[in-house]
Design a protein around this ligand. Structure first.
Ligand SMILES: [Zn+2]
Length: 76
């Protein structure tokens, strides 16, 4: 077997297109990394956004998440 020739495998296609949504005539992009710039998208986690390239973690404000819990706490 000659070196440098690897058997071709089908790679999964880029999922980047899933980050683009077309709403009417506008293209809506998901949040991209402020450090890496447009084109590098942040991965969504439960309460944060994570950049797989520069490992930037951006926390989603807890207000939005715990608003439900808070309203349940303050039952007076
Ligand atoms: Zn980044």
């Amino acid at each position: 077997m000659p070196e440098g020739k690897k058997p071709h495998k089908n790679k999964p296609t880029s999922k980047k297109y899933t980050k683009y949504k077309i709403e009417g005539d506008n293209i809506v992009r998901e949040k991209s990394c402020p450090r890496c710039g447009p084109g590098i998208f942040l991965m969504k986690a439960k309460n944060r956004l994570y950049c797989g390239k520069c490992h930037l973690t951006e926390f989603i404000s807890k207000k939005d998440i715990s608003e439900k819990e808070k309203s349940e706490e303050k039952k007076e």
